[in-house]
Design a binder for this molecule. Structure first.
Ligand SMILES: [Zn+2]
Length: 147
């Protein structure tokens, strides 16, 4: 369960920060989640709620902001987003036989961002040399504490 391990990492970071500041409790945590992380946010919220029980962060509010992935081709300079390449994923899904009996396509995005460079090419020049604006799948942006 990807969401639970990420939830654990967030809770550890938040509680360590709060302890370091001699906080009485954590009130609010803002995180930025990349759309490429393909996380189930409901599961992540539930994991956060359960994992914070008995810690300084118990009862704190978790705000989740989604960061849109933007790709830039290093060869021709073309920019595109994940939405633009939805068709590419559909083709890949068919190619690799990951379409279930109902015809639902299971996008191979669960393996991102590790596999992203192997799966995506520039829609304009087909170069696989591109940059992504996102470096981490989840980032803590702000932590509000009460002293
Ligand atoms: Zn290109």
């Amino acid at each position: 369960m990807h969401e639970w391990s990420i939830g654990k990492a967030i809770v550890d970071a938040v509680t360590n920060f709060a302890k370091g500041k001699n906080a009485r409790r954590v009130l609010r945590v803002d995180i930025l989640v990349s759309e490429i992380a393909q996380l189930d946010l409901d599961v992540l919220r539930e994991a956060y709620k359960i994992l914070t029980q008995g810690t300084l962060a118990e009862g704190s509010k978790l705000n989740i902001e989604i960061e849109k992935a933007e790709f830039t081709c290093n060869n021709c300079g073309y920019k595109w987003t994940l939405k633009d390449i939805g068709d590419i994923f559909s083709d890949l899904a068919k190619k690799y036989g990951i379409v279930d009996e109902e015809g639902t396509i299971d996008l191979p995005t669960h393996y991102m961002p590790m596999a992203i460079h192997a799966l995506i090419a520039c829609p304009q020049c087909k170069s696989m040399n591109f940059s992504l604006n996102i470096t981490r799948s989840v980032e803590i942006k702000a932590i509000e504490i009460e002293r």
